[in-house]
Design a protein around this ligand. Structure first.
Ligand code: FE2
Length: 331
């Protein structure tokens, strides 16, 4: 797992210690993410399937992409497609993804990098493995999270943020058994690089077998823990959780995660994505690539997309953007 690793974890600042006044959040539900396929056919786990949107708020949707070992020629991406009304956050743990959008944003993200795209009023984009990876095949593992925008910001101009692995905030647990990567928001005064319209915290935590981690958590945020790989427990009651499962936690200002002492040899550590945000508490009308407040706004989004008002696919460089003809006398 190349997503930012640290040689000497003891050199890092520590997660602030818990005091007796903190209230650990209990576990409300644990759900299993069903498998599916996205885009041109890359395998995903639908992390939030079956969970009420009110419990996810301000998050909408999350796919764990892979983990998959592609044979040469197999890596797949998505075709050009539109979005409006929210933000997509793509975090690549292993492998490489290229992004391009109709707003001029784009770049290559790999091994611990994050791409933060605010669709806002509307955008078209494409996400695909680079040509070299298609040829060679290889390991691919990442996450795409959808963060909702409040009504007042659904019409914000589109924005693209390329967040490099080196900018991620890093902390260690008190006993040094867990590494915490702060991708967005903050933890114990350590901020992550992502600038978000909706206040959120997004962490990627790695726990060694047998380790326990107590995270201080903003009581006004919700709290979700999704296990990318490994087995352990969550919450003060130690509810078992393993690969591909999501825990929704109840109220409180602390989140406890623990790794079982025995792990499978292919995934010796426990990898958990911990998410929280301030709920927006507005009506959600969601269909396909659009997340709005009303059905009428969804109809408008489809009309605007069909009319080309969400942007157009950029021209391929060095190719004509009009019909080029030659007459026979010029040959
Ligand atoms: Fe997309």
């Amino acid at each position: 797992m190349p997503a930012v690793t640290v040689e000497d974890i003891t050199s890092l600042d520590r997660v602030p210690p818990f005091d007796a006044t903190r209230v650990h959040r209990p576990v409300r539900t644990v759900t299993i993410a069903p498998g599916g396929f996205e885009g041109e056919g890359f395998p995903v786990r639908r992390a939030f399937a079956g969970v009420d949107l009110a419990d996810l708020d301000p998050f909408i949707h999350m796919d764990q992409m892979g983990e998959v070992e592609y044979a040469p020629g197999e890596p797949k991406g998505t075709p050009w497609h539109p979005h409006r009304g929210f933000e997509t956050v793509t975090y690549i743990i292993d492998g490489t993804f290229e992004h391009e959008d109709s707003n001029g944003g784009g770049g290559t993200i790999t091994n611990g990098d994050t791409q933060w795209m605010t669709a806002g009023a509307g955008i078209l984009h494409i996400e695909k493995p680079p040509e070299a990876l298609v040829v060679s095949g290889g390991l691919f593992h990442g996450v795409q999270l959808w963060v909702n925008l409040p009504k007042a910001q659904k019409w914000a101009p589109p924005r693209y943020q390329d967040l490099r692995a080196g900018e991620v905030g890093l902390l260690a647990s008190t006993d040094g058994g867990a590494l915490v990567r702060v991708i967005a928001g903050s933890l114990g005064g350590h901020g992550g690089p992502g600038e978000t319209y909706t206040p959120i915290t997004m962490l990627h935590v790695t726990l060694s077998p047998g380790a326990t981690l107590d995270l201080p958590w903003d009581p006004s945020y919700n709290a979700l823990a999704y296990v990318l790989s490994g087995a352990g427990s969550v919450g003060i009651e130690g509810r078992p959780i393993e690969t591909g499962q999501l825990a929704v936690l109840g109220p409180g200002d602390g989140v406890r995660l623990a790794a079982s002492t025995a792990q499978e040899s292919r995934a010796p550590e426990v990898e958990v994505l911990v998410l929280g945000g301030r709920p927006i508490r507005e009506p959600v009308a969601w269909y396909g690539p659009f997340v709005m407040n009303t059905k009428q706004e969804l109809v408008t989004a489809f009309e605007d997309f069909r009319a080309g008002r969400l942007g157009s696919v950029p021209a391929v460089h060095h190719t004509p953007d009009h019909i080029v003809e030659t007459s026979s006398d010029e040959r």
